[in-house]
Ligand binder design. Sequence first.
Ligand SMILES: [Fe+2]
Length: 354
Amino acid sequence: MRKVLLENVEPGAKLARDIFSFEGRVLLTSGVEIRKDYIERLKHSGVTEVYIEDELSHGIEVCDVVRHKTREEAKGVVKKLMESCAFTNSINTSKVKELIDRIIDELLTNEDILLNLTDLKTVDDYTFEHSVNVCILALITGIGLGYNHLRLKDLGTGAILHDIGKLRIPESILKKPSQLTVEEFEEIKKHTVYGYEILKNNKNVSMISAFIAFGHHERYDGSGYPLQLRGENIHQCARIVAVADVYDALTSDRVYRKKLRPHEAVEYITSLGTRHFDAEIIESFTKYIALYPVGTGVLLSTREKALVVRNNRNVPTRPVVKIIYDENNDKVYDNNELDLTKNMGIFIVDSCEL
Ligand SMILES: [Fe+2]
């Protein structure tokens, strides 16, 4: 299978993965032929990319480190929890903890797989999808740092609820389409303190999770908020969630900007480097991200275009690819794979659509 922009899908293409709606309902089942009217409907549902199966991508499997069903359930749980918290100001975390346990188990059984987290995101669904993605990204980083199960649980709970304080920020500010005033931005900043208060007052939530809500916008050099804490004064779990939060925001389409590709987002985070983030955490984080996810296109230094077939675990810049178009943009009818770790003269210049 391979991933294509919805606008590039030819009617009649075969869908390779189920497409889910905002509420987690299946919109289209894998295996169906995509008709023209389906494409229009998917566009209206906020879907921008789909996986298709065709002769180019035959035999290419995209593995999820966390099952799609688990991710969907996690989104639903966060949504319900946020809704009930808005009314009662308290949270029932038993469902969240159960889910975090399941996500940890799935991650630990898949430890050697690089994360293809460029999955099919929809714009509408941003808040809940973002919470779940930040949780998965943070947990993967925690696993890389050797956290034990208990610590991972606190990290995952804090990560999935890191923005819960936004419940106390007026919607008129949160959803304001134009630029925020200085006063409005000051108000938004308070979501960190509100989140800390909500989690701290819940006896079933560890203080570590509350520190995450408090510190996820602090920056290593002291340029963050709410307290301009520096370096190790910021709780390590909050430093992890800071990286995960920024990465997932950068790789998501927003109303005001197009998403970055994984390699661009990693480049951005690495370039901000030790100013904003903890170097050890960046290192652990980037080890687990597929810069060029399986099933996506890349432009090679030879000007050939290729499809990523597999990632090489310790060399994220050099996956195994299959050439699809030659340097003259003519289609190549050859099934040979090219392992870029064994062809050091060739490198990836950019990602591309195929
Ligand atoms: Fe936040």
